[in-house]
Design a protein around this ligand. Structure first.
Ligand code: LLP
Length: 438
């Protein structure tokens, strides 16, 4: 749950040698603290792991920007040499601001605007992943306009029920994403692309869901997509060069969960690819993956300050301690949206007090503003205590809102005893900046 350079001893949480109390004093709360060394190590582990499984030229890790992106992180990605998956024009703009080479950018999205497509084609992104027949026509039109041959992939739905929350499961049949293999829509898309010489079909893609443990779902997807590539080769006489298996690799949020490491899954994916290639008489294609959560999730914690504490008597006489912190559902929407689970510690002191049933809540005007529904916390927790929730790097700051006009927190990167702001805190001027006065 905690990142590799975080340590908890004697009740004091530190990151890369700086205590939580010092961090809070310098940067305020709530704040996302990002373990830069851990981020770089996790990104590199995926990159190296993929290369050692499939060979040096054999694939690309496209970091899923939606999990968290800012200009500094885009610069790190560029330095590390991996690619990026963006799913909107906004994410594309940040990737470019961070200096990522368009040849390492893959563009996703089920409803890319004509303007987004035009920009992506005009700057020469590596691939645009097709999600509808309309889009095939739109990308072809943009390629003709710019006089280029655009690399594209097809997002396929292989009909897999991944065991994860319904709202983050993406590859069963009844979803908005991709072309269904079973219904024939995928094959229709192949034929539609083939009618456009300005499109180069580079391969097929799937993303089966998020926060997935185990490799079974990826293994089944591998077999179904390679069967599809076999059918393509039989009809068109040439093999598609690339297979992109998406992201979705799970991380630990609470005790008892274990973060998936690249070395846990890549050998099994490698074996599944080799087996299916043998079965369908295919050469091993270039294999790409798009981990987001698994890279950034474990590398951040959110630091809050406790503002109020209230004992609330429940039916039957049980008491629940409501611990209110200075953030909430605006910077951690995941509990409200997905019943996500987190853990928390007091970050600046040890406590010998007994642990009691508690609920960590935010400052928003809403009952559902819950960060952790049920947690045992020391009974002496009090205003002024610092609370840290680990593993908030993915879909935390990236899904933050301004609900109740609460300014979104900053992101501070910490490395080798030095901390620096990479996304600054919003302020009152930011909150008013878009309002037009009568
Ligand atoms: N590739 C594609 C095409 C995706 O749609 C996604 C995530 C990813 C890669 C990265 O998935 P990851 O490796 O991060 O699991 N907001 C939700 C997660 C939504 C994921 C959407 N797509 C959450 O907070 O759990």
């Amino acid at each position: 749950m905690w990142s590799q350079n975080a340590s908890l001893s004697g009740g004091t949480l530190s990151l890369a040698g700086i205590s939580a109390a010092q961090l809070a004093k310098e940067f305020g709360t709530p704040t996302f603290f990002l373990d830069e060394g851990a981020y770089r190590a996790r990104a590199l582990a995926w990159h190296n792991g993929l290369q050692s499984e499939f060979g040096p030229q054999a694939g690309t890790i496209y970091y899923a920007a939606k999990s968290f992106i800012c200009t500094a992180v885009a610069q790190w990605i560029s330095e590390i040499g991996i690619g990026i998956d963006v799913c909107t024009g906004g994410e594309l703009a940040v990737a470019l601001a961070g200096g990522i080479n368009p040849a390492k950018i893959e563009v996703h999205g089920n409803n890319k605007s004509v303007a987004e497509i035009d920009r992506a084609v005009s700057i020469g992104v590596k691939t645009i992943v097709m999600d509808s027949l309309f889009e095939i026509e739109r990308v072809a039109a943009a390629a003709r306009k710019h006089g280029v041959r655009q690399g594209v992939m097809l997002r396929l739905t292989p009909g897999i029920e991944a065991h994860t929350h319904e709202k983050i499961s993406t590859a069963h049949e009844d979803v908005k994403f991709g072309f269904s293999i079973a219904s024939g829509a995928a094959w229709q898309a192949v034929q539609a692309v083939a009618e456009h010489p300005e499109l180069e079909l580079r391969g097929v893609h799937c993303h089966i869901g998020s926060q997935i443990f185990g490799v079974e779902a990826h293994e089944i997807a591998t077999d179904r997509l390679l069967a599809f590539m076999g059918k393509y080769r039989d009809s068109y006489g040439a093999q598609l060069p690339e297979l992109d298996l998406g992201g979705g690799f799970g991380i630990a949020y609470i005790d008892g969960e274990v973060t998936v490491e690249p070395s846990d899954v890549l050998p099994a994916i490698g074996a599944a690819v080799r087996a299916a290639c043998a079965k369908y008489s295919l050469d091993i294609p270039v294999i790409s993956l798009e981990p987001g959560r698994n890279i950034v999730g474990p590398t951040m914690f959110t630091l809050y300050e406790v503002g109020t504490v209230k004992d609330v008597e429940l039916e039957g006489g049980t008491v629940r301690k409501y611990v209110s912190v200075d953030g909430g559902m605006s910077e951690n929407a995941r509990t409200a949206l997905y019943d996500a689970e987190y853990t928390a510690v007091i970050a600046q002191r040890a406590s010998a007090a007994p642990h009691v049933l508690s609920r960590l809540v935010g400052k928003h005007c809403e009952t559902g503003d819950i960060i952790i529904a049920n947690i045992q916390l020391p009974s002496d927790i009090a205003p002024g205590d610092l609370i840290a929730t680990p593993a908030t790097g993915a879909y935390g700051r990236s899904m933050a809102s301004n609900y109740n006009h609460v300014p979104r927190p900053p992101v501070v990167a910490v490395k080798d005893g030095k901390a620096r702001v990479i996304v600054r805190r919003e302020n009152e001027a930011d909150l008013l900046a878009l309002d037009v006065k009568e």
